[in-house]
Design a protein around this ligand. Structure first.
Ligand SMILES: C[S@@+](CC[C@H](N)C(=O)[O-])C[C@H]1O[C@@H](n2cnc3c(N)ncnc32)[C@H](O)[C@@H]1O
Length: 342
């Protein structure tokens, strides 16, 4: 018989053979304490793992006005004061208690929890747990609005237009927007270059690349982001599109300098989803629009927000909607604004 481990999501009812729990706190003290109380009934020895180091880099707020930096420079395990996975045995459970939407206090500073670390850990552990009985791990989220891991990853399906295949992709956008990206890749195939500003874990890049591949094109999406993410390559590989994405670790502005210097071809599809602050979006448009070929499509994510999040909305209004001598065919899909270059 094959022995399996257990991965628990949002809950942890330790199997009887668990005698010891190691808990990693990535949430507020109050949630952590109340979660740990659940184990009182099981007469289990509990241990708490501490961070050695601030989990975030000192990177500036790269998302602009509405978000804190969720950035790290080294693998999660290196932030812990013990090698968690060396501790695994059949009677030990590891519990990650985190807050996917909130902040937790570390060294007097409020910090956002880099929950995507957990995605990577989860994937590896999940696979290993199929055959390894020593893997008994729980992920308990303080912010339980996600029903399951599909929600957590923002996973939803897209249809590849050529082959008709249905594929599930995780990216920080809604379903119709995802499909639009795939369709753009498919329709524009070899008609010009593809550029993306802001990739995070590579979800949107994969969507474009899936469309390109499905069209039979060998074209490559150039994805610019100053912050390298180790998961991107791996994610692209999973979908067999790693050779159709060039991950370039430059800001939008530096990326454009590169584009100019290398005499790169005219762009048929440009996706802007980088820093959403007004000045940055304005600069993105000003830098890149000259490289967009007539009939080329520029698409902006997170359009339509108001108040202090309205940077992208205002910049798009001023430099695209009010400049109809340069732009036409405005459209909106969910939170994305789309314009075509005259
Ligand atoms: C909203 S995320 C992108 C999400 C991604 N497009 C997706 O759908 O999966 C924004 C990204 O923009 C990047 N970014 C911030 N400032 C930037 C800049 N000046 N140039 C390029 N990328 C930038 C951030 O590092 C972050 O990864």
């Amino acid at each position: 018989m094959k022995h399996q481990g257990h991965i628990f999501v949002h809950d942890f009812k330790p199997p009887q053979h668990i005698k010891r729990i190691i808990a990693v706190q990535l949430c507020s003290d109050s949630f952590f304490t109340s979660t740990m109380r659940r184990f009182d009934d099981f007469q289990i020895q509990t241990e708490i793992v501490l961070f050695k180091d601030s989990i975030l880099t000192q990177a500036p707020n790269l998302w602009g006005v509405h978000s804190r930096p969720l950035r790290t420079t080294k693998p999660f395990s290196e932030y812990l004061d013990k090698d968690l996975f060396n501790e695994l045995d059949e009677s030990t459970g590891i519990v990650f208690i985190y807050n996917s939407a909130g902040q937790f206090k570390y060294l007097e500073e409020e910090q956002s929890i880099p929950w995507y670390f957990l995605i990577d850990i989860y994937e590896d552990l999940y696979r290993a747990s199929q055959t390894n009985p020593c893997i008994n791990v729980a992920f308990i989220d303080q912010n339980q609005h996600w029903k399951d891991w599909r929600d957590f990853y923002m996973v939803s399906s897209v249809r590849l237009p050529g082959s008709g295949k249905i594929v599930e992709v995780s990216a920080f956008m809604q379903e119709r927007t995802k499909q639009f990206l795939v369709d753009q890749g498919y329709q524009h195939g070899d008609k010009g270059a593809f550029v993306e500003v802001g990739r995070l874990y590579g979800g949107s890049a994969v969507l474009f690349a899936l469309g390109l591949k499905d069209s039979g094109s060998k074209n490559v999406l150039f994805s610019f982001d100053p912050v390298p993410q180790p998961y991107c390559q791996r994610y692209a590989k999973l979908y067999g599109v790693d050779n159709q994405i060039a991950f370039i670790d430059l800001t939008s502005v530096d990326g454009e300098v590169f584009w100019q210097a290398e005499d790169m071809p005219q762009i048929t599809c440009l996706h802007i989803d980088g820093n959403h602050a007004y000045d940055f979006v304005l600069k993105d448009i000003q830098s890149w629009e000259k490289h967009l070929k007539p009939g080329g499509v520029m698409m902006f994510h997170d359009y339509g927000a108001c108040g202090e999040m309205a940077g992208a909305t205002n910049a798009i209004y001023e430099s695209v909607i009010c400049r109809q001598e340069n732009w036409k065919a405005f459209d909106q899909i969910e939170g994305s604004f789309i314009a075509t270059r005259r």
